[in-house]
Ligand binder design. Sequence first.
Ligand SMILES: Nc1ncnc2c1ncn2[C@@H]1O[C@H](COP(=O)(O)OP(=O)(O)O)[C@@H](O)[C@H]1O
Ligand SMILES: [Mg+2]
Length: 296
Amino acid sequence: MSSADIAVKTFLELEPEDLRVLQAIELAMAKHAHVPEAKIPKLANLNREETAFRTTRLQKMRLIRGWHGPYVGFVLNMAGYDALAINALVKADVLQAFGKPLGVGKEADVYEALTPKNKQVAVKFHRLGRTSFRQTRRKRGYIAERMHTSWLYQSRLAAEKEYEALKLLHAQKVAVPKPLAQNRHTIVMSMIDGAEISEFDDVPDADKILKEILKNLHAAYVKANIIHADLSEYNIILQPNGRILIIDWPQYVKRNHPNAEFLLERDLRNVLGFFKRKFNVDFGFEKALLYVKKEH
Ligand SMILES: Nc1ncnc2c1ncn2[C@@H]1O[C@H](COP(=O)(O)OP(=O)(O)O)[C@@H](O)[C@H]1O
Ligand SMILES: [Mg+2]
């Protein structure tokens, strides 16, 4: 079960006191690798007995994890962070219900969800720092100072960055999902239909599809000032209507980034290489590069 599964399943059972304890732990994690149990009552504005009851409950729900060292402490699990984001988005009238997973990947879990107006949307939970966190612990046998908040911080930063990119791109009519809301490590965007172009063995008009991709990369580059920087056949969606969408933008860079040129060229080589290999369409690298950078 992914952490979002846990959060979605337990979310409806959460009471205001549970949420206050989760929020208190989230807040104190900026300072403590393990939030001392003794600090929670004040931060959550609950008495000690109530706090103990809530932390036991939240541990059973797998939203937090206990730690027994020189003192007793707690940390938020990824599922606890998910629950806080879901709560905020529900309170803000962005989300009403969750549906099935759309894509559970290495760096994000994407779910389908419904808005209060019954519109289908996609919710992407960013997951960063999970593996590096574990590796660091395994390799060095200790957790570096501040590492405890890194997954929280990195995941939130990725969501903020992707949301920003989607807003800039969508405003310039680049073919991306429409950004709807963001909270913590989570973004809500329009639901898209279709599949990664990597999934297709054959497409009608592959050269037209490639041209449309290049047209969008051009608009992203010239109008929005943005280079994807993680582009491949896995981040290009082919919709049933034959149009494409480019997804997964948290790694984007601006044109003035020191590696901008290198990253743009790598993006292009990935896409062109895929089209040549799979659909035998050869656009030519230099021509594609000139086209994407053309200033008008
Ligand atoms: N707006 C969306 N609507 C429907 N499915 C989506 C949407 N965004 C992403 N997905 C699905 O989730 C998968 C993972 O999303 P992506 O943004 O590429 O994150 P990552 O590759 O970092 O895990 C995508 O390949 C796609 O199948
Ligand atoms: Mg992806």
